[in-house]
Design a binder for this molecule. Structure first.
Ligand code: AMP
Length: 218
């Protein structure tokens, strides 16, 4: 089974997708995490990616194609949740080609959160540098400031969570990723889920949605 998660930055798609993949024993592809890992490497490619991320700009499709191909090769035969890919219609074409022999995408989930709400969330977001757990200084603070509740790792604010980079990422989402949402809607595989509710409630809905797909396939 192949599932895509789409939503504006700060919609909670990473939090939900990561938990669902664990709960349902699926492989988890987080485009941003993969790129941040590459960006730490002291190579020309790493530096190019780091610059793009810091500016809130999208990394080239050729790089994304290589990253996704390597991931699929390492996870052959497994069900996958894709988070943050595809973000462009051209990337939806790449994914279609890559999954052509595997029966294609089963479901695209659009986690819907308003622009005002994501700006509020992103400006207060901190992330664990070790396990990737996400906190919000206002609505979901860690017990100890600066320290992850789950693993004790240090919390940091992302380099692309400055007001200018947030605006750029949101513009990218509305101008370039929304056409992908429309494409999957036309294909009849899109489900829109209200992302402005408590995390557990959204998680339960998403799990139900994915389980119903499993039953349909039987
Ligand atoms: P995220 O962690 O998903 O918010 O992604 C962080 C940054 O990684 C984005 O702002 C882009 O710079 C880059 N990125 C993530 N996914 C993609 C993608 N599918 N295509 C191009 N760049 C991406």
């Amino acid at each position: 089974m192949y599932i895509v998660f789409i939503g504006p930055p700060g919609s909670g798609k990473g939090t939900q997708a990561r938990c669902l993949a664990k709960d349902l024993d699926m492989a988890y592809f987080a485009a941003g995490d993969q790129l941040r890992y590459l960006a730490k490497q002291d190579t020309a490619l790493g530096r190019r990616i780091a610059d793009k991320i810091a500016a809130g700009e999208l990394v080239a499709d050729e790089t994304m194609e290589e990253v996704i191909a390597a991931f699929l090769e390492n996870n052959k035969g497994k069900s996958v949740i894709f988070d943050g890919f595809p973000r462009l219609s051209s990337q939806a074409d790449i994914l279609k080609r890559k999954l052509a022999d595997e029966g294609g995408l089963d479901l695209a989930i659009f986690l819907d959160v308003s622009r005002e709400e994501v700006i509020r969330r992103l400006s207060a977001r901190v992330i664990c540098q070790d396990c990737g757990a996400v906190y919000n200084k206002n609505t979901n603070p860690p017990q100890e400031e600066g320290q992850c509740d789950k693993c004790g790792g240090q919390l940091y604010q992302r380099t692309d969570e400055t007001p200018a980079a947030i605006e750029k990422r949101l513009d990218n989402f509305y101008n370039k990723t929304m056409p992908v949402v429309k494409l999957y809607c036309r294909q009849g595989i899109l489900k829109k889920v209200d992302g402005e509710r408590v995390i557990d409630e959204i998680f339960r809905d998403l799990k139900k949605l994915i389980s119903s797909l499993d039953t349909e396939a039987d």
